[in-house]
Structure formats: C-alpha cells, structure tokens
Design a protein around this ligand. Structure first.
Ligand code: RVP
Length: 498
C-alpha cells in the first residue's frame, strides 16, 4: 500500500545523546572506523568533493590528520589526476616512481618542478634511467636568477661520491645512511645503477609528526576522488586509477539513478579496478542504500538536501532530514559489511557522534572545512573579518560554463543535456564562511568533541558508541536551551560558533 506520509524525519538539532554510565575518559578512546569495505581510518572525518573544499592541499592535510579527502570533479580529467598524483607523492616510506630531471635540463625548469610538488630537489638520470647525480636547493642557491634559464643541471648537480641505497633497503638502514652522511635524500638503485626509488628524511619526520595518517600499503597517503557517470566519466575513472587513487566516489545528487547504478556495476565488474574501493551516493532512504549495496558499492554515502549550501529541499521539495536518512540507510547496510558515510548538515562537533549513533561509520564535511587554510581560494576581507568562499556544486557558479569550455558539475544534477547557462536549475547557493585556521586545529577540535561524546556514552570504540548510544528527541525549547542563552558571548570559543 502506498502511504504518502510514511514517517517523520528528524535531524541533528532534533536529538541529543543520553548520558550513560561510564568508566571511559576522553583521552583514551579510539575513533578508528571503517570508511569502506577495505579501508579504515583513525579519524572518521572526510572532506567533501567540492571545488571550494577539496583539492590536493586539503586531501594531504586530511589524510595526515587520520581522515581522508575526496578530490572534487569540477575540473578536467588531467587536472584531477594530477592532484591524485600530488597527494600520492607527498609523503611515504619510499617514492617508487620519483620525479626526476635530466643533466641537460635547466635550473629554472628544476625550480619550477620543485615548486609545483613542494619538494627540495630531484635525482638526475640519463636517457636510460641511470642515476647520474642529484640536484637540490643547496646546489641551486648560488645560481643568480638571471642565469637560471641558461644554467644546465649537470653544471651544478652533486655527482661525485653519491650516497645511494640498494633496492629492498629497510627503513632503518635507510634512516641510518641518511644520518651517517647528513643528507636529506637517498636515491635507490639496482645492480645496473638504474634509479628505482627515493627515500627522503622528510618522510621519517612525518611519520613522527602524523601518527594517525591514513596510508596505503606502501606508506603513501590515501586519497579519494569523485567521478560522475556521464560522457567520459569512465575515462576519468581510468585516469584516476592510473594515478593511484585509493577510493572513487560516484558522486551524484540522486544515487538511486540508472546512470549511477550502471557506473558502480561497471567499475565493480572490471578487474582493473579491483584495488580501488567504490563509494556510491547520495541516497536518503533504505531502498536507496539497498540499491547501491546491490550494485556492489564498498560504502554508501547518505544525504539529500542537508548541506549548508544546498537548496534541493526547497527547489525540488525533495530530501530526508539527515538523522532519519542515516538511520534508514543503515538498516539496509546492517550485516552486509558496507559502511555508511553521513554527508552534509554537520554544524558542530557534537553532530559527529549523533551521526555515528544514528548508523553512520564516518561523516563528510563541507562548511566545517571550507574556511581553513587548506581549502582552495583566497581569504576575503569583509569589515575587517576574514572569510573564504564556499559554494554548492549545484550552485549557478559551479554549473555554468561561462569562461570555461564545460562544467563538469552539471551531471551531478542530471543537467548535462541543458544547452545554455540560462536554462540551468540551480540546487545550491554561493557564499562565504568565516576563516577558521588550519585543518589540523579544526580536526583536533572536532575529534576532541567526539572523544567527549564517547566519554559521556561510555564507549571506548566507535562500534561501542554505535551500540550503546541512545537518543532523546527534543523540542525547539530544548534546542534553545542547548545553545548558550541569556548571555552575550565576549570571548570567541575555539569550538563554538552560532
Ligand atoms: P555541509 O557540510 O553541510 O556544508 O554539506 C556538504 C555537502 O553538501 C557535500 O558533501 C555535498 O554532498 C552537498 N552539496 C554540495 N553541493 C551541493 C549543492 O549545491 N546542492 N550540495
């Protein structure tokens, strides 16, 4: 029987977690959780695939802090693949396929490459791939700017007495060699002197500095990237896979659509994608989640309309308040081993635990990260206050083609066939959010809030939180009481904003 008023939808502000008996303290909880079938993260936070949130800088910062970044898809295939490459090269036990230069390249060229990848030097190889030297900032420092375009690498590189390691060297041996010779880079070579890898001292520093980092088997940071289903979407998936992406998100505004389901099926049945987990989304019902799981998704992303910049619920009148959407989707996922990602609508750290108790395994954040240093775009000053731009991927700005060849965001809203910018129907807005410092500071406050939630609920682990957590439904009066009231804030709190 078709019942048009099936149930009531609740969202974050409609519920609170009940305090429970506890013998847990916040500092000893473990927030490790399953992101997809095959990938776990120590921090359940994912940055949104939006062009004002996640490019390579954000993805690197999120993975270092123990979460993950999903690179947006409103750019060319080549540009997006290059971002994957930048993240995968950013930090590792060893770079297996290091960027190199040739003896005949110019110092200016090396400078440009180093700047682009934020590295301090390059191994120099001949045409056959044989290591002939190494060039670093130290070698280039005394070349005057005016001569950089004419000075050749072989004139300034270090080539005599090169310290190298042999392929298969252990981390400890490499670290000892770097220390003994007081050098920063150790090229690895095979018996014929062919360059096979590179170990840098920075990689060891970072292991100490980012103990929670989300890494692959080779010690490289993990990264995800969004794709669609329309046009050359499969070529995009192939390019991202070849660049080393760990996770692909088939990213549309209605995951329960033929185009998306077919794309997930195609990727899951292609053995060349066996090493890449596929996330499907977004859906907001039990049936939607079941459809994506049936298609083979390795995780299901939930959220139709909760996003801070989203107008789908008013433009189309469609959506499900997020706590109910998560809860419904989690019913379809139960027992399947497919994790749920709660995407959009989180405003405060307390919303993370609410999402997990409702049935999610991790959360995706847009507005809470858009104001950080690592998001794309410059600071905007308004009346002496600092802001950063933040816009929906369904906003007019993201959908229209003005000034570019095409918009890659249109098929997210199933408008790839719309002939002119004038005929677009936006489902998002363009705005700004307050500047809020580094990703590190913000992730620290967000996970800190989650630690407090877990203490109150008496949960040492995320699975314990999910099974122990219970909600109370609240009224608008209860919500008013939850926030600071009857007082004027005089000091800015690090984790509270109205
Ligand atoms: P929020 O964290 O509330 O800012 O929401 C971010 C989420 O909003 C994204 O991950 C995405 O699912 C959704 N989004 C992005 N663009 C739009 C839109 O234009 N409607 N919505």
């Amino acid at each position: 029987e078709h019942d048009p008023f099936a149930f009531t939808g609740l969202t974050y502000d409609d519920v609170l977690l009940l305090p429970e008996e506890t013998d847990v303290i916040p500092s000893e909880v473990d927030t490790t959780t399953q992101l997809t079938r095959n990938i776990s993260v120590k921090v359940p936070l994912i940055s949104a695939a939006m062009d004002t949130v996640t490019e390579s800088r954000m993805a690197i910062a999120m993975a270092r802090q123990g979460g993950l970044g999903i690179l947006h898809r409103n750019l060319s295939i080549d540009d997006q693949a290059a971002m994957v490459d930048r993240v995968k090269r950013s930090e590792s036990g060893m770079v297996t396929n290091p960027i190199t230069t040739s003896p005949d390249a110019t110092v200016a060229e090396v400078d440009a490459v180093c700047g682009q990848f934020r590295i301090s030097g390059l191994p120099v190889v001949d045409g056959a791939g044989k290591l002939v030297g190494i060039i670093s900032n130290r070698d280039m420092r005394f070349v005057p700017d005016s001569e950089k375009a004419t000075t050749k690498v072989h004139e300034v590189m270090t080539s005599g007495d090169l310290v190298t390691g042999h392929v298969g060297i252990t981390g400890e041996e490499a670290f000892a060699l770097l220390g003994k010779h007081r050098i920063e880079k150790l090229p690895l070579v095979d018996d014929n002197g062919i360059l096979t890898g590179l170990i840098t001292v920075k990689d060891f520093d970072k292991i100490d500095k980012y103990p929670d980092a989300t890494k692959d088997e080779q010690g490289r940071l993990r990264v995800g990237a969004a794709i669609g289903f329309f046009g050359d979407a499969f070529d995009r998936a192939v390019a991202l896979r070849d660049a080393g992406v760990d996770v692909l998100v088939v990213d549309t505004a209605n995951g329960q659509s033929r185009g998306e389901i077919d794309m997930i099926r195609r990727l899951k049945s292609d053995p060349t994608f066996a090493g890449v987990d596929i996330i499907g989304g977004n859906i907001a019902t039990r049936e939607g989640a079941a459809a994506l799981i049936e298609a083979g998704a390795d995780a299901v992303k939930v959220g139709v309309g909760p996003g801070s910049i989203c107008t789908t619920r008013v433009v189309a009148g469609v959506g499900v308040p997020q706590i109910t959407a998560i809860y419904e989707a989690s019913k379809a996922a139960r027992g399947t081993g497919v994790p749920i990602i709660a995407d959009g609508g989180l405003q405060h750290s307390g919303d993370i635990a609410k999402a997990l108790v409702a049935g999610a395994d991790s959360v995706m954040l847009g507005s809470l990260l858009a104001g950080t240093d690592e998001s794309p775009g410059d600071l905007i000053f308004v009346n002496g206050k600092q802001f950063k731009q933040y816009r929906g991927m369904g906003s007019l700005g993201a959908l229209q083609t003005r000034g570019k060849k095409t918009s890659y965001s249109r098929d997210r809203y199933f408008q790839a066939d719309v002939p002119s910018d004038d005929d677009l129907i936006a489902e998002g807005i363009e705005g700004k959010v307050q500047y809020r410092g580094t990703v590190r500071q913000n992730v620290f406050q967000l996970t800190g809030g989650l630690h407090q939630s877990m203490f109150y609920v008496g949960a040492r682990t995320v699975p314990e939180l999910k099974s122990r957590g219970r909600f109370v439904r609240i009224t608008p009066a209860g919500l008013k009481e939850s926030h600071p009231h009857d007082v004027q804030m005089v000091v800015e709190a690090p984790n509270y904003r109205k």
